[in-house]
Unconditional design. Sequence first.
Length: 324
Amino acid sequence: MRSQAPDLLDLKLLQALQLDGRAPFNRIAEVLRVSDQTVARRFRRLRSTVHLRVLGITDESRLGRSTWLLRLSCTPDAADQLAGSLARRPDTAYVSVISGGTEVMCAMKPRTRQARDELLLDRLQRTPRVTSVSAHCLLHHFYGGPVGWLSKINALSPDEQAALSPPPVEPATTPVVLEDDDAALLGALGRDGRASLTELQASTGLPESAVRRRLDSLRSTGVLYLDVQFDHEHLGNDVVALLWLTVAPAALADVGRALASHPEVRFAAATTGQANIVAATLHRSTGDLYTYLSDKIGALDGVRSVETALTLREVKQLTYEPGR
C-alpha cells in the first residue's frame, strides 16, 4: 500500500535539499518559517516513506571523464541477475529493467579507459544470456545531473529558492585535478551527502580543517554536487519512460533546450548513436505519456522518430540498496 503522499511542506523540503543537499536544518527551517525540529522530523519521515537519500555525486565531466549509457538485451530469465550485478558496481547509476524484461539499461561512469574497455569489450561480451550490447557516449547534457527534477516541482517560492540556493559553480575551463585524499572524501559523501564534518574526518583520516577546505573546493569547482534520491511513485508518477529521439543535427540544440523546459523530463542529453538524444521522463499514467508524446514531442521541429520504453523496475538510482 502506498504511504501518504507528501504534503506541501514535504515538497518544499525535498526541493530545498535538491538546491543544497548540505543546507543545515536550521537554515531550511528559517526560510520555510517552521522549527528546526519540524524540518528534522519531516526529513526522518521522508527517509522512511519515500526512501529519501541525499548523496554526493561526482560530475565526471569536470574531471575530463565521459559517461556512457548501456543498453543490454538479454533473455528474460537473466534480466534481474544482470541488473543486480551492474547495480553493485560503484561506477554505475540508474540501472533499470525495461522493454518487457528483456533489456537492461544503465549509466556507466568509468574512471579510466581500461575500466571502460574491460566492461564493454570483455566482461559483458562473455556474460551468458546477454544477446547484444549497445553503448552510447553522452556528448552534452541538456538537463539532469546537478539540476535535478525536483527543481521543477515549484513548491518553493522564488524568494525561498533564492535564499536556499548555494553560490554558483565556477565555469569549467580545464579538467579539475583531484588531490590524493579526495577519493576517500568523495566516497564518503557518495554514501551520505549530509555526513557531518566529524563523520567525514573519521572516514578520511583528514583534519577537520582539511575536510572543510576540500569540500568547499570540490563544490565550488562543480566536481561534487548533491543530488536527491527518492521513489517517484510517491509523488504520483507511476510511469517512468525512456525516450530515444532521432533528431536532425541542425535541430539538436533547439530540441534539447525544449526538452529541458518540459516538467516531465528529469534527464536529457545528446548522445552517440542513431538516436542522438536520450530523455528520461515521468508521468502519472500511460495516458499522460501518450499526450506528452503526441502534443509536446510531436510539436518539436526536427524530431524524425522516437523510440519509447517503459521502466519496469528501477534497480538502482544513485546508490544501490539491496532488498528494496
